[in-house]
Structures are given as structure tokens and as C-alpha cells.
Design a protein around this ligand. Structure first.
Ligand SMILES: [Zn+2]
Length: 368
């Protein structure tokens, strides 16, 4: 994978990731395909909407279908029939969210939430499995911490993440797969700075900011980006892991982030919330029962071109899967249009105007 920066507007930038599975324009939002599927959205819709990269979760794929199945299919692209680029996380975030996991310098031991079997994930195993998956971008195994943990605990997680990053790099062999380092450090400026400097010193194809957008305040998130981003090399892609709300994407792009992923658009869609150019709209609200208008009058996605708020309200009322499908499609369409407009604005040198217009037009929620 190679990366080119095309335009800069302040610190915001557009570029392209060249992968063996095609080019991906940045800033990019990658939908999350946890179990090798973006829930409720067939691949053809993703492709037609313009998505060229998705994210899949190493942790989930390691549990099911497991290494033997992925090996027999010759990798994740063939297994799930996705021809675009794939980004895989390392499993760190999910493992550290489990209640009973044991971390040592060697790795992390946990019980499979599916069948209770004991699994030992090491930096080597996380890297080897991502090579088996054949993702275009792989991540190092990192130690994720609650940002409000005591500073010596956060310090230990930063130190361990750096040692594990070295081990991941040592066993990584695939030249057609990029390996990204991950900056940790909770909400400590000092630790974030140290983590960023040392990760850059090890040297990776790209850099991710991890362990943020996990419950800290927006001010704390942005303060950490302000510390980390100036340390990361200009010519490498930068990825904010797990961030997918439009407001924070704008703030992060402004500071120089290129890649985002999040379950947010599909998750809120499955719960009846549409993301629109005028705010968030809850189609389950009774006010939409007889509303013949599309979910978003400014949207030309499959859902908005064909269906009314009243019909989708009815589908949610009857708990029909199609309601969840239609809103997942709409929200992903919205997100792709959103990052596309961000790219256009950067290219035309009007990113600040776009940001202010977007924030003022969506400052009022459409409905509760
Ligand atoms: Zn739509």
C-alpha cells in the first residue's frame, strides 16, 4: 500500500490509499463488517454507494469462522466475496472489553464469549492471523485502557503497546499488506506524546489513534489529537479508530485525520434513527405515521428514492427486518456523501465554510 496526499486546506487533507484491491480516496469512512458482513447491507449496495474499503474485526473472525475456514478459502476477500480494500483491527479493543482477561507481557488470555474455550492472543498471533485474512491494512495488537484509569496503569499499557508493536513488526512478512502502529495514552498529554514519538520511531506504514472516543469528553478527545497529530509523519495515513459521528469527524479531519470507521451509522439505523443533512430523525416517532416524504428530502439513496417515512415507521412498528435494512442503507449513503463533500471542500479550499454550514444546519435535531 502506498499513500499520496493531494490537497491541503489548513491541516485537513485529501489523498488516496493505493491498495492491491483498488484505490481509496481519503478522508474515508469505512463501514464495519464485524462478522465479515456489514449488518443488513448486501455488498452490492456498499459498492454502488461508492464504498471501496470496509473494516472487519480480527477478534470476531478468529472466534468464528476461525483460522481453518479462512485458510481453506484463501483469505477474507474470497470468503466474503468483497473485492475492495479491507482494514482489519487487531482484536485488542474487543479483548480488553472482556470482563475476565489476563494480560501478561507475553499476550492476553481470555475465554471465547461463544464457547468458553481458552484463547491466548499474542502480538505474533494477531499479526499472523491478519496476514491469513489478507487484509490490505493490518493493525498491531495494542493494550486498550479506560482513559480514566490511574496514570501508572495507562503508562504500563503504553509501554506494553510499544513492546508489542515491535514484535508485530518483526513477524509481519506480507508486502501487499500495510501494518499500522497505534498511539495509546488515555487522556494524558505526556503519555500520548511519548506513545506517538516512540511509535513513529519504530516506523509503520500508517498510524492510528486508539483508545479515544470511549467515554471521555469531546474537549479531552480533541486535546489528545492536538498533541498526537503534529508528531505523526505528514506522508503517512492517519486513522482515528472507532470514530463515526459527523461532528467529531469534522474536528478530526480539521486536525489531519484521513481514515475513520464506526458502527455508529448502522447501529443507530437498526434502532430507527436516520442521519440527515438537517439532523437526526427517529422514524419510530408517531409523528411520521402518515408522512409521505422520504427520510431525508436532500438524499437520493435507494431508501429515499423509493420509500416514505410512513412506510419505514410501519416496518419498525412491526419489527420487520426491511426497516433496519433501509435505514442502514440510508445512513451509510449519508456517511459516504458526507466524507465526499468534505473531500470536495478541502480540494476547493473551503473546508472551514463547509464545517460551519454543516454544524449550523444540523444543530437542531429533527425529532426525538
Ligand atoms: Zn437516503
Amino acid at each position: 500500500m502506498t499513500f499520496e496526499v493531494f490537497h491541503k486546506d489548513g491541516n485537513a487533507r485529501t489523498g488516496v490509499l493505493h491498495t492491491v484491491h483498488g484505490d481509496v480516496e481519503t478522508p474515508v469512512f469505512a463501514p464495519v463488517a464485524t462478522n465479515a458482513t456489514v449488518r443488513f447491507v448486501p455488498h452490492v449496495f456498499l459498492h454502488d454507494m461508492g464504498y471501496r474499503m470496509i473494516l472487519s474485526n480480527t477478534f470476531h473472525l478468529l472466534l468464528k469462522p476461525g483460522e481453518d475456514v479462512i485458510r481453506s478459502f484463501g483469505g477474507l476477500h474470497r470468503f466474503m466475496s468483497w473485492s475492495g480494500a479491507i482494514l482489519t483491527d487487531s482484536g485488542g479493543f474487543q479483548v480488553f472489553s472482556l470482563p475476565h482477561r489476563k494480560i501478561t507481557d507475553e499476550g492476553v488470555e481470555f475465554r471465547s464469549p461463544i464457547d468458553g474455550s481458552l484463547i491466548f492472543l499474542t502480538p505474533e498471533r494477531a499479526t499472523e492471523f491478519q496476514e491469513l485474512l489478507g487484509s490490505d491494512i493490518a493493525m498491531v495488537l495494542d493494550v486498550c485502557m479506560n482513559p480514566y484509569e490511574a496514570e501508572d496503569e495507562i503508562w504500563r499499557s503504553v509501554d506494553r503497546t510499544l513492546k508489542w508493536a515491535v514484535r508485530c513488526k518483526e513477524v509481519h512478512t506480507r508486502s501487499d499488506q500495510a501494518l499500522f502502529g497505534i498511539v495509546q495514552g488515555g487522556i494524558s498529554e505526556k503519555l500520548r506524546q511519548y506513545s506517538a514519538e516512540e511509535t513513529v520511531r519504530i516506523g509503520f506504514d500508517g498510524y492510528a489513534v486508539g483508545g479515544l472516543s470511549v467515554g471521555e469528553t469531546i474537549e479531552e478527545t480533541l486535546a489528545m489529537l492536538d498533541v498526537v497529530l503534529p508528531i505523526l509523519p505528514e506522508d503517512k495515513p492517519r486513522y482515528f479508530m472507532g470514530l463515526g459521528t459527523p461532528e467529531l469527524i469534522l474536528e478530526s479531519v480539521e486536525r489531519g485525520i484521513d481514515i475513520f470507521d464506526c458502527v455508529y451509522p448502522t447501529r443507530v439505523g437498526r434502532h430507527g434513527t436516520a442521519m440527515t443533512w438537517t439532523g437526526r430523525l427517529n422514524v419510530k416517532s408517531a409523528v411520521y405515521r402518515m408522512d409521505p416524504r422520504p427520510v431525508d428530502e436532500k438524499c437520493d439513496c435507494y431508501t429515499c428514492k423509493n420509500f416514505s417515512r410512513g412506510y419505514i415507521h410501519h416496518l419498525f412498528n412491526r419489527k420487520e427486518a426491511l426497516g433496519m435494512i433501509l435505514l442502514s442503507i440510508h445512513n451509510l449513503y449519508f456517511m459516504n456523501q458526507f466524507v465526499r463533500k468534505i473531500r470536495d471542500a478541502i480540494q476547493e479550499g473551503r473546508f472551514q465554510d463547509f464545517k460551519q454550514e454543516f454544524l449550523s444546519s444540523t444543530s437542531l435535531e429533527v425529532s426525538k
